[in-house]
Design a protein around this ligand. Structure first.
Ligand code: ZN
Length: 437
């Protein structure tokens, strides 16, 4: 079979596309803004698998074909996407708006282990290495990435899901599980049927009129080409749901690839009916590789980020301290990795060291630099944060202990003066805040 190239694609918008087409033996699409941030993200096509007949080649649906064939297809896709096939986790789509949090225990459920859940059309996770998988043949894939709390969401939104505001439900779940601030989210609306191709009848139009504000319907529902029919713009409808959930317009990346316009490459229910396979969206946080300490370089400057984490209790404020393996007490912190921002590093390190998710307290940032060893200067940046999820559990590989201390206890427990200085600044800042009306 001839190779399908970029030139063969039908793209809908004139604007620069966010979707990159990766040709080759197993072609797929990815969002450039997610690629730039190191995320595993893909939307597969018909091509590159071993399915035959009307399933064509890369059917990934979990229902119709024998598992041996499907598993081979999954293994091939996982290889191209460079993910661990045993850590794929599948939805169980029935056009609901149910969103499930997936944890490390869910690894492999779908293609390689039985799913012990059903009626799950959306998933969220903060587990690196776990790859979420959802299924499509015209419906809309929604991708969500929270760079601050390092968490993702992936949801299936057909017309029913769109009316049910699936995008918003997914954002709410991420807020609940990871303290996500919608303003910080990046979101993708993936390949699916375009407005010109999606004719709907009166009942669907009515469902939208009932559930979407009238003034928005004008940008979503259009007169049909045939009498009594409508053209429905699911891309714009889902974009508006995302906006109303609090995501910034500039952080929403909308597809310009329609499944029906590109039916030679993609499965489209409107073109093929039930005689077709199913393509999948993949979304995952990359595996966190523990990099070996690099050889000491005298010119190298090191940087760590962390936070003074506090919570309010009946007997006053409590502060989170951790005891490093070398024996000293300090705040959770660690090295900046890759292209992380300071806050991303702090959030990730706190989560890794203490299993707590935190929300940063705006307006506080303290930093110091010290000579770690002759010629090696280390800068440490601290924010102020409150826990908003998880239960304190310290990472035994890196820490000896962790716990909550009163202000007085913490002041005495902290080992180094440079950390005590940060602590005093943080307390002063909080007391100043408390005085404000
Ligand atoms: Zn189209």
């Amino acid at each position: 079979m001839r190779e399908f190239t970029e030139k063969d694609l039908v793209r809908k918008n004139d604007a620069r596309s966010h979707l990159v087409y990766h040709g080759g033996a197993l072609p797929y699409f990815s969002f450039a803004p997610f690629d730039e941030r190191g995320l595993i993200n893909a939307f597969t096509t018909k091509k590159g698998g071993i399915s035959t007949g009307y399933f064509e080649e890369l059917d990934l649906g979990l229902s119709l074909e024998p598992m041996e064939i499907l598993r081979e297809n999954y293994l091939r896709a996982a290889k191209v996407l460079n993910v661990d096939p045993m850590k794929l986790v599948s939805s169980w789509q029935t056009h609901t708006t149910n969103v499930r949090r997936m944890t490390a225990e869910d690894a492999g459920k779908g293609p390689f282990r039985n799913r012990d859940y059903k009626d799950v059309d959306g998933m969220v996770t903060d587990v690196p290495g776990l790859t979420l998988v959802t299924y499509y043949a015209d419906c809309v894939p929604l991708y969500f990435y929270d760079p601050v709390h390092r968490a993702i969401g992936l949801s299936h939104s057909g017309w029913k899901g769109t009316v049910g505001r699936m995008g918003e439900k997914t954002v709410r779940k991420m807020q609940e599980c990871f303290c996500t601030d919608p303003k910080e989210l990046l979101a993708g609306i993936g390949p699916s049927i375009c407005r010109d191709c999606y004719e709907v009848s009166e009942d669907v139009a009515e469902a939208f009129r009932q559930n979407i504000p009238m003034e928005e319907c004008g940008s979503i529902l259009f007169p049909g080409k045939a009498p009594g029919k409508y053209q429905l713009d699911l891309w714009e409808a889902n974009r508006r749901v995302m906006l109303s959930a609090g995501i910034s317009a500039e952080n929403i990346f909308v597809t310009d690839i329609c499944t029906k316009c590109n039916a030679e490459l993609l499965y489209s229910h409107r073109v093929m009916g039930m005689k077709r396979g199913i393509q999948a969206a993949f979304f995952g946080l990359p595996e966190e590789k523990k990099t070996e300490e690099k050889p000491k370089d005298s010119r190298k400057k090191q940087k760590s980020c962390g936070a003074v984490v506090f919570r309010d209790t009946d007997s006053g404020r409590a502060f989170l301290l951790v005891r490093q393996r070398k024996g000293h007490w300090s705040f959770p912190k660690g090295h900046v990795e890759g292209n992380e921002t300071e806050a991303e590093t702090a959030g990730r390190e706190i989560r890794e060291e203490t299993a707590l998710s935190v929300q940063f307290f705006p307006g506080f940032r303290s930093e110091y630099t010290y000579e770690k060893m002759p010629g090696v200067w280390k800068t440490v940046v601290f924010f102020l944060a409150k826990p908003c999820g998880g239960t304190l559990r310290f990472q035994k590989e890196e820490l000896m202990d962790a716990g909550w201390f009163t202000e007085k206890e913490a002041g005495e427990q902290i080992t180094f003066e440079r950390d005590r200085k940060v602590f005093r600044e943080a307390v002063q800042f909080l007391n100043g805040k408390a005085l404000e009306p």
